[in-house]
Design a protein around this ligand. Sequence first.
Ligand code: GRF
Length: 206
Amino acid sequence: MSLVILISGRGSNMQAILDAGLPVAAVISNRPDAAGLGIAAARGIKTAVVAHKGYATREEFDAALAAEIARHAPTVVALAGFMRILTPGFVGQHAGRLVNIHPSLLPAFTGLDTHERALAAGVKVHGCTVHLVTAELDHGPIIAQAAVPVLPGDTADALAARVLRQEHLLYPRAVRWLLEEKVVIESGIVRIKDANAHQYSFSDRP
Ligand code: GRF
């Protein structure tokens, strides 16, 4: 049982997964300058770059990415700030074991700039979601969610930082459930085969 993590940038969720002691076989980035690559390498984790700029089409890039992932034969593939839309072919190939963390309480605020949009909408509760990846962006079965308050005077950065603290707690827990094969999907709804599993958390810490 092992996991490959896909990143594009700073890699703080990747780091949280490493800190949790989960069995990470490799970290792969689509950007050679992703800061997370250095963090992983410093911990003795194998790293690889599959640069999307080197491929003419999404299909070709995804085929190269799938080949690099397959070399490590992981049980689970975790997207952690991986900023590429994956083709239905790639998603189908990894169905049920491809997982993502998104910085909103889905189905609200799919896509980008979630914290800015949450503030603009005036929601009072915001958060993050770990979900299985399907062909439709940010729409797969929800494994777990963490909620935080939106406070008067919040900036997008302040809100992002509050959500990120919860991401770092939530994502390793959810990835562990997948690795331990505790994730069951029934009619698109995720249940965890563990009486002690909480698929939600609430933090009221500012
Ligand atoms: C996180 O907010 C995650 O939810 C989103 O992209 C960001 C990645 O941050 N998908 P990091 O690279 O894990 O620090």
